[in-house]
Design a protein around this ligand. Structure first.
Ligand SMILES: Cc1ncc(COP(=O)(O)O)c(C=O)c1O
Length: 466
């Protein structure tokens, strides 16, 4: 019997050796390993067939949701960032700019290729998005921005062919505040061509827009001294240049870009598994729109505000008064929002932040030092080079998780608004410095030096372990 077994094993081994060296087996093994390697290199958001997008605007939105591995692993939760920096204009503001222009076109207020010009006052991101869409849709753009924002944004705007005007930062009550200047520039655009001797006060150029502060002006050719304008849909009227002040702060299209875009995308991407949504507010559009949508799907989701230094919103959420202590101390570095973090923070109520306040459950103050430390932490641990408002959002995510004592895999979603390459001249230089010495101030950037922004290497570790 033992002899029979030995013979059977011998035959089996012989057959196996023959098979494994046969071309058929070699082919099958190769095919299998090819299949596996194909699987390995496919990105998680693999492309569908026949997916051709319609121009640059087709690239806007549908951004991936990315797990922030370092923070998620350290905290035992899922911290997910909506990669808005992948939009073609490089920020979350592409959605808003596109929606504002599309809504104006739908309402018959703007007509492409008519020599019409879009005006906006912005710290930069919205300007870059508007300039991108203006080029793609057949408009010109004039962007008015404070002269203390990162140089990189000015260069990007100029490359996109936008007219850029830079002014000293000023308060909202000042005629020279960027938004006020953009509105006035749109009004003046509509006055172009008015003869010197005409009675200007009798010439109404402003077209009713439905949003009090949004301004659309028509040129003299279709505005009558009686104060009436030609029918907006009249063919001649639609071919004349118009000035359009987009007004992201008050314009509801900003809210809808997120209520109908960002919010539903987050809901689909997480299969409705969201425990918290964290966002900063510059105009309030993102937190209001995405926050309201997510809350409408599940009222138990915690919506939290990330608020940088110098912004009054933290106190508004916590105590009902929009106020920041720096306003009182006379130590303001910038007029509107006193922080190294660009794009978020607000010291006045706007239409869009009004829509957010009822659904914000909590607010977290984030210092400049924390935001800068988070930028560095993300570069070092995740290879993610993000802008300062994204870093601010992620600090707030950590604070929220620590405050609520979450460590059971809860899902926190936030917005990665733009990339660090928008901020080379401010944050990158700072990063470069802090990677070399433990506590330094930026050497060339007077803003940071004067602001005494100290760098604490261990600050994020401390937060994570607090
Ligand atoms: C870089 C950046 N992040 C975030 C925001 C804030 O978004 P929102 O205006 O929707 O509050 C802005 C706004 O301008 C921004 O420029």
């Amino acid at each position: 019997m033992a002899g029979f077994h030995q013979v059977a094993y011998g035959i089996l081994i012989g057959v196996a050796l023959t098979l494994t060296s046969s071309p058929l087996v070699t082919y099958l093994v190769c095919a299998q390993s090819k299949k596996q390697s194909r699987k390995a290199i496919l990105p998680p958001h693999s492309l569908k067939s026949d997916q051709i997008l319609d121009g640059v605007t087709g690239l806007i939105g549908n951004t991936p949701l990315v797990r922030i591995n370092s923070l998620s692993n350290a905290l035992g939760v899922e911290i997910l960032g909506k990669a808005e920096f992948l939009n073609p204009g490089g920020s979350v503001k592409d959605r808003v700019a596109l929606r504002m222009v599309e809504d104006a076109e739908r309402q018959g207020l703007l007509h492409p290729h008519t020599g019409s010009r879009i005006f906006e006052g912005t710290v930069g991101s919205t300007g870059i998005s508007l300039a991108t869409i203006a080029r793609a849709r057949g408009y010109d753009a004039t962007i008015i921005m404070p002269d203390d924002v990162a140089e990189d944004k000015v260069k990007a705007l100029e490359c996109l062919g936008a007219e850029v005007k830079r002014v000293r930062p000023a308060s909202i009550v000042d005629k020279k505040q960027v938004g006020n200047m953009a509105r006035q520039a749109a009004i003046d655009f509509g006055c172009k061509g008015i003869p010197e001797n005409s009675e200007k006060q009798h010439v109404t150029h402003e077209i009713q827009t439905g949003t009090p502060s949004m301004v659309v002006t028509a040129t003299l050719l279709h505005a009558h001294p009686t104060g009436t304008v030609d029918d907006l849909q009249n063919e001649e009227s639609t071919t004349k240049p118009r000035g359009f002040f987009a007004d992201q702060f008050e314009n509801r299209s900003n809210f809808y870009a997120h209520y109908e875009g960002t919010g539903p995308e987050i809901w689909r991407q997480t299969n409705g598994k969201v425990d918290a949504f964290v966002s900063g507010a510059g105009t309030g559009g993102t937190i209001a729109g995405a926050g309201q949508y997510i809350k409408s799907m599940n009222k138990n989701v915690v919506v939290a505000l990330a608020d940088p230094e110098g912004s009054g919103l933290f106190n508004k959420v916590k105590y009902g008064v929009i106020y920041d202590h720096k306003e009182a101390e006379g130590t303001k570095r910038r007029h509107q929002v006193d922080t190294v973090v660009e794009g978020i923070g607000l010291n006045r109520m706007t239409n869009n932040i009004d829509l957010a306040l009822p659904i914000i459950d909590d607010a977290f103050r984030v210092t400049d030092v924390e935001a800068v430390a988070m930028s560095r932490y993300l570069v070092q641990n995740d290879g993610l080079f993000l802008g300062s408002s994204s870093a601010c959002n992620l600090v707030a995510c950590v604070k929220l998780v620590r405050k609520l004592g979450w460590k059971g895999g809860q899902t926190i979603v936030t917005i990665l608004c733009d990339s660090g390459n928008r901020h080379y001249s401010k944050v990158c230089e700072l990063l470069f410095c802090i990677m070399k010495v433990s506590e330094v101030y930026s050497r060339n950037d007077g803003y940071l030096r004067n602001s005494n922004i100290a760098i604490d290497h261990a600050i994020i570790e401390k937060l994570l372990n607090s």
